[in-house]
Design a protein around this ligand. Structure first.
Ligand SMILES: [Zn+2]
Length: 140
């Protein structure tokens, strides 16, 4: 499955996002050096390179070197986040199709995401994270 196979249309879309990120956000040397878009950045920054690799940089480590992610779970999570951020059905379509014996994920009810946080407090908006059980597939 690696590297991921991107269609020309998807690469074009990602190039557009890359352009926006370069204009709007803090210049990211890893994205520039690896021809990548930033998928998300929390404790680590995750990148999708336009040649179909997923990179991760540990922000807590000084001068950290990007690591190429190869574990399917990590790839699926990155694709799920990127698909939502970039509103790309094509990125979601790169996830493995449900096996015949697959069932809806019991933790996220096939939604790919779970909510956390107290939804009863209006000031405390619930956040969402990729489902830790199915890693964004929506099925198990
Ligand atoms: Zn799930």
């Amino acid at each position: 499955m690696l590297p991921l196979e991107f269609s020309d249309a998807l690469i074009q879309q990602l190039r557009g996002i890359q352009g926006e990120q370069t204009l709007v956000e803090f210049p990211d040397s890893v994205a520039a050096e690896n021809d990548a878009v930033v998928v998300c950045s929390f404790l680590t920054t995750v990148y999708l390179t336009l040649d179909g690799r997923v990179l991760e940089v540990d922000l807590l480590e000084e001068n950290a070197i990007p690591v190429v992610l190869v574990e399917p779970n990590d790839i699926w999570r990155a694709l799920t986040v990127a698909a939502r951020s970039f509103q790309s059905q094509e990125l979601l379509d790169l996830l493995p199709r449900r096996h015949e014996s697959g069932t809806d994920c019991p933790q996220c009810q096939a939604l790919r995401w779970i909510q956390f946080g107290d939804q009863k407090q209006p000031s405390d908006k619930p956040g969402t994270v990729v489902c830790p059980q199915c890693h964004g597939l929506g099925w198990v």
